[in-house]
Structure formats: C-alpha cells, structure tokens
Design a protein around this ligand. Structure first.
Ligand SMILES: Nc1ncnc2c1ncn2[C@@H]1O[C@H](COP(=O)(O)OP(=O)(O)OP(=O)(O)O)[C@@H](O)[C@H]1O
Ligand SMILES: [Mg+2]
Length: 472
C-alpha cells in the first residue's frame, strides 16, 4: 500500500457530543476538518489523512468524567503521527487535567465551554508551528551541499574552505590548518586524507599540546629498546606509524623548540631516527598540521622556528569560526540533533522557534564542538517533543528568525487579548480565564503588547461608571 497523499494539512477533531462536532465542523473555514466520535475513528482518520493538528476532548466515553480515554487517544495519535500538534479540551475548572495532557506532549489546551474565536487562534498557532517544524524536518533531511564527506557546510565562507580542502587533497604538499578551537581542524585534516592518494594508508594524529614534553619525543619518533629507563621494547613513533598515510600534527604551536629542530630535519630529509637508534628510517607521509595560535606571533616571540613554519606552511587554510558561517549553526544543530536523537531513540525531537533563534544569536566561542555538546545535552534534557533554548543552556532568543511569523503571532495575541477584554467587560479575572492564562500573565501580556494605556483608559471610564467592575 502506498502512502496516502494529502492535498493540504488537515485538522482532526475528536469529540463525542454530536452538537459540538457540528459546531466545530463549521468553525474553521478554509481548513479541512475531519471529525471522529471515538478512539477507533480517530486512529482511522489519523492513518488516512495524517492531520497536522488535532483537538481532543479529554472526557470521552467510556470515561466521560475522567480523562483516561482522552489521554489514551493522545498517546495513540502520537504513535501514528509523532509530530502532530494536539490541543486538548477540558471541562470547566479542570485545569490540572490539561497540565497532565501537556506533560504527555499535548501542544495547548482550552476550557469548555468553547469560545470559537479563541480556539481559532490556538488552532492557527498550532498549524503555524506544525508548518515550521515540517520545514525543519525537510531541511534536516537535506544533505548539506558540502563537497566533503561528513562535513556540514552551507555558508559561503565554509563552502569556500571546503572547496580549498578538496583542491588540496590530491597534492602532497604539507597543509597548515588555522582555526579557533572546535572549528573542525581534525575533521578537515581527515577529509584531506580521505580524498587524497593515501586514503588507503593510515591517518595518524598527535596532539603536540596534550603530551608532556619528556614523552613527546618518543611518541613522535619512537624508541629503541633500552634507549631510556622504561624503554623495555622497541616502539615505533607516530611519524613512523603514518608511513604511506597522513600524519596530523595537532596544536603544532605547542611543540617544544628542541623537537621543532628534530621535526624540521624530518621534513627536510624525509627520514627519522628512533630515540636511542642510529639507523635512519625513510618515511613517506603527508603532513597536515593545525593550530589555534598565531604562529607568526610565536615566531616573533622566539617560541617557534621560522624555518619550520616555512616547511609546514606551504599552503595554509583558514577555517572560519562558527560565528562567521551564517546559518551554519542551525544546519549543524539539526545534523547533530538527528544523530543524537537516533542514538537516544527520540526521533520526533525538533527545535522550537525560540531555540532556533537562540542558536542563531549565540556567539559560539567554542565553535562546532560547543554546538555539538549543547545539542547532545539538549537531547537528554528536552522533556516534550521540542528542544527549547533552556535545554541548550542558551538564553531564550529575543530575535526571532522569522519576523513575519513573530509579528503574526503578536497580532494574534493582541486580537485575543482585546477580544477577551471586551468579552469580559473589563474584568481582568474573567479575561484571564477566557484566555486560559493567569492574571499576572495577562497583565504582562497587556504590557508587552502595548495595551496598558488602553486598559487604563477603560478603567478610568469604568471608575466614572458606578456599574463597572470593582476589582483592583
Ligand atoms: N563542519 C562540520 N560538520 C560536521 N561536524 C563537524 C564539523 N566541524 C566540526 N565537526 C565536529 O565537531 C567536533 C569538533 O571538531 P574537530 O575536533 O574537528 O575540531 P577541532 O578544531 O580539531 O577542535 P579542537 O580545537 O577542540 O581540537 C567534532 O566532533 C567534529 O566531528
Ligand atoms: Mg582538534
């Protein structure tokens, strides 16, 4: 059986009351509305039409006064459609039920008796969010246009770097990679190796900054048995292990001066001697080195040999920091999310709009490595199906990536608040209740929507009218 195709995203309504079902059917002009009276019908509709948004009455037979059937439908829908946005309807005053449903992954809720205008706003928001997430998934399934295997790049700056790496790979000249920590120096060194003529040979990396100086020499060059105390057997060094492949000298700026001399000799003559050895061993390996330091500065300070720099730096490639890569942070975040979500078996996870905004706004001092760590953490921390900025340990995005959506949402909120205030005849308690939010939240919303002055004017008018509301 082939996948059913749907012309446009539809809205599924699960409600046992026939009168309400009729009302709902006409309440959403322009939308495809499907109705179901019970769980079987709901699942059937979900399979056939794959709705993007659903409204579920929590109190359904056989448990019309409880919520067990409503929650069972919620769970069943998520099994069919992990990305569906579910809005739950609760009986009057049963707010705690709505919270239970939200905890199980519902998107939003409203209280009966239903106010169609407010429900429309909630439904529209759910559809917008669903569309955004659909776009997210589409983008994350797109393979980045990067010419290098396993390297995600979408920005012009990073694509340029990738093309340079691609061009340099077939050559054998030493390459020096310059980039801040976490920018992908090692992954690009590997790409140079993988795309080069020595791809079948070994790729051997050594971090010159991580190995204590006394050990570094024998790590690099190897040693003969008895060369020093503890040298119990002949051991090849990393340079020798890279024979026929690529030697990646990471953090080359940390190489002590004495070893710089020995490395230079190897680069000039193509031979090494193990520590305690006398026999020159010819080595054929491609040299790729990397550093986050300013090597010219180190040369000027007398801590790096200029002649060695010339040898290593036949070609240098600057790897741009993440903050200079346009939208790459989001592209990479989606790539890591897909990988970690798979590992953790949480495939439905997506970034919230605010999380995307936060990703775009962050400065990424730790570059791709920091991003990778934050996404790894978020996949573990996220409670619902969405990763929020807080899960990434980032401040909420104040700048939305889609200003039009944001202003649309603001408009919708303003409309809802004004409607509720009008309907509640100026009573804040009643208006908050209509909107399904707390009174302090309503005040904050009024403030942020710039409606405070209108409300105050209303109040003044009410104060002059003895029949007006009398709350503080
Ligand atoms: N463009 C990219 N696409 C996909 N993964 C990337 C990319 N850049 C870096 N990574 C991943 O980010 C992490 C850090 O990259 P890498 O180790 O290559 O950076 P580095 O510059 O060597 O970092 P450090 O300075 O911390 O050693 C790795 O897990 C790497 O696989
Ligand atoms: Mg590294």
């Amino acid at each position: 059986m082939s996948e059913p195709t749907v012309p446009e995203p539809s809205l599924l309504i699960v409600e046992d009351d026939p009168g309400l079902r009729r009302q709902y059917r006409w309440a959403f002009p322009g939308r495809t509305v499907l109705v179901a009276g019970d769980r079987d019908q709901a699942i059937d509709q979900a399979r056939r039409a794959r709705p993007e948004v659903a409204i579920i009455d929590l109190g359904l037979p056989p448990d019309p006064d409880g919520i067990s059937e409503g929650l069972a439908i919620l769970d069943a829908l998520f099994r069919e459609l992990p990305a569906i946005k579910v809005i739950v309807a609760t009986g009057n005053g049963r707010r705690e039920n709505a919270l239970l449903a939200i905890g199980r992954g519902a998107h939003d809720f409203f209280e009966k008796p239903v106010d169609i205008e407010i429900l429309r706003i909630i439904v529209d928001r759910a559809f917008r969010l669903a569309a955004l997430e659909r776009e997210n998934r589409r983008l994350s399934n797109m393979v980045g246009p990067s010419p290098l295997p396993r390297v995600i790049a979408g920005s012009e700056t990073m694509l340029k770097t990738c093309r340079t790496i691609e061009k340099l790979a077939p050559a054998t000249a030493p390459v020096l990679l310059l980039g801040e920590s976490g920018t992908g120096k090692e992954i690009l060194a590997r790409a140079l190796h993988d795309l080069g003529p020595r791809a079948d040979g070994p790729f051997i990396a050594i971090n010159c900054g991580a190995i204590p100086e006394p050990l570094l020499e024998s790590e690099l060059f190897g040693h003969e048995k008895g060369a020093f105390t503890g040298a119990i057997k002949q051991t090849p060094g990393r340079i020798e292990l890279a024979q026929g492949g690529t030697l990646f000298l990471d953090e080359i700026g940390d190489l002590p001066l004495a070893l710089q001399v020995k490395l230079l000799r190897f680069l000039q003559e193509g031979v090494i001697e193990r520590v305690g050895g006398r026999r020159p061993i010819p080595i054929d390996a491609r040299i790729v080195s990397a550093t986050h330091q300013d090597l010219d500065g180190l040369v000027a300070a007398g801590r790096f040999r200029l002649d060695l720099l010339f040898r290593l730096n036949i070609v240098s490639v600057r790897i741009p920091p993440l903050r200079e890569r346009g939208g790459d942070a989001v592209l990479l975040a989606r790539f890591f999310l897909r990988r970690f979500a798979q590992d953790q078996n949480r495939q439905g996870l997506a970034f919230s709009e605010a999380a995307i905004a936060a990703l775009m706004r962050h400065g990424w001092p730790g570059n791709v490595r920091e991003l990778e760590n934050r996404v790894r953490r978020a996949v573990i921390m996220a409670e619902g199906q969405q990763i929020e900025a807080a899960d990434l340990d980032l401040a909420d995005g104040a700048l939305a990536p889609l200003p039009d959506l944001r202003s649309a949402r603001r408009e919708a909120e303003r409309e809802a608040v004004q409607l509720a205030l009008a309907r509640a005849d100026g009573s804040m308690v009643a208006a908050a209740k209509l909107l399904g939010i707390s009174r302090p939240t309503l005040y904050a919303l009024i403030d942020s929507l710039g409606l405070s002055d209108d409300v105050r004017a209303d109040r003044a008018a009410d104060a002059a009218d003895p029949s007006g509301p009398d709350e503080p």
